[in-house]
Design a protein around this ligand. Structure first.
Ligand code: UDP
Ligand code: MG
Length: 138
């Protein structure tokens, strides 16, 4: 059983899409193993996206990620890292497949509603960024 970190970004929370995102996970056999709502500081957003430091979109992305509350979740299931990335769709919603979360709900490359870890290494790092082992109960 594998775990990934999922985030419903400020645009998703602000547009009342929490239920839609969780519904898609659950309908695809994935389980929420931990969940909380937080509002990151700029420094926390910069730390979370440290891999993108120096890129042209880094400052706009980290401003966006601390512009409102987010929902962070540990999601669990077989092959969940890849499966959840598929459910999210491409980073750029215009390239995302029909029926994916981003294709359906994203409004720009930045405001694309959800985050999902992209490898076992990043999943472990990202889960540890927000949750300790006592908070993961699934
Ligand atoms: N992003 C952006 N401009 C870009 C590329 C990415 O604002 O040109 C934002 C977008 O919100 C994306 C996040 O930065 O989800 C992280 O980028 P990454 O390439 O890791 O995409 P993801 O893994 O989220 O699909
Ligand atoms: Mg990424």
């Amino acid at each position: 059983m594998e775990r990934t970190l999922s985030i419903i970004k400020p645009d998703g929370v602000g547009r009342n899409l929490i239920g839609d995102v969780i519904k898609r996970l659950e309908q695809n056999g994935l389980k929420v193993a931990a969940m909380k709502m937080i509002w990151m500081t700029k420094a926390q957003a910069q730390g979370f996206y440290a891999v993108h430091e120096g890129k042209p979109f880094f400052d706009g992305l980290t401003d966006f990620m601390c512009s409102g509350p987010i929902v962070v979740m540990v999601v669990q299931g077989e092959n969940v890292i890849e499966q959840y990335r598929k459910l999210m769709g491409d980073t750029n919603f215009e390239d995302a497949e029909e029926g994916t979360i981003r294709r359906e709900f994203a409004t720009s490359t930045r405001k694309n509603v959800v985050h999902g870890s992209d490898s076992t290494e990043s999943a472990a790092l990202e889960i540890g960024y927000f949750f300790n082992r006592f908070e993961i109960v699934g």
